[in-house]
Design a protein around this ligand. Structure first.
Ligand SMILES: Cc1cc2nc3c(=O)[nH]c(=O)nc-3n(C[C@H](O)[C@H](O)[C@H](O)COP(=O)(O)O)c2cc1C
Length: 147
């Protein structure tokens, strides 16, 4: 069975809501999902998965610190060619999704889905549906890559 890991960080819960909806979309499409906060995730968690999905809100135009620290774990495993995707809640500029996308592409040489998913503030029902749809999109990309 295809497997994905969602590693995310949040301060006020908005990015966590997006993570939950992406997880639901992946599962609907038949993908097994592990979900961890960035401060608890390690390189070993990334070894046997088909896709790595990273989420961080934007604070002062940057990632939250725990996610920045976690990115060093990407450098300890071979993720070349694996499916990647990025998401995050934001208020006005939303740099974190581009930073996560850029790091997965350049550091880990992953096959990253673009654009990533940016949702303003707390996701509404429409935003959560968009996130579920994004989960299904990631699942399709994994299943395509397996063919
Ligand atoms: C101190 C502070 C700084 C912030 N800086 C930014 C920023 O630079 N760009 C932006 O798009 N949003 C910024 N925001 C808004 C947050 O990204 C937004 O509230 C987001 O929904 C928080 O997600 P979370 O609940 O997952 O932590 C900032 C919020 C706070 C409190």
């Amino acid at each position: 069975m295809a497997e994905a890991i969602i590693v995310y960080e949040t301060r006020s819960g908005n990015t966590e809501l997006i993570a939950g909806a992406i997880e639901a979309g992946l599962k609907e499409a038949g993908v097994e999902v592990k979900r961890k906060k960035a401060s608890f995730a390690k390189a070993d968690d990334l070894k046997d998965v088909d896709a790595v999905v990273l989420g961080s809100p934007t604070y002062v135009r940057n990632l939250v610190a725990a996610m920045k620290t976690f990115l060093f774990e990407l450098d300890k495993v071979d993720l070349k060619g694996k499916v990647g995707a990025a998401f995050g809640s934001y208020g006005w500029s939303g740099e974190s999704v581009a930073i996560l996308t850029e790091t997965m592409k350049n550091l880990a040489e992953m096959d990253v889905i673009e654009p990533g998913l940016k949702i303003k503030r707390r996701p509404t029902a429409k935003g959560l549906e968009e996130a579920r749809e994004y989960g299904r999109k990631i699942a399709n990309k994994i299943l395509e890559a397996e063919k």
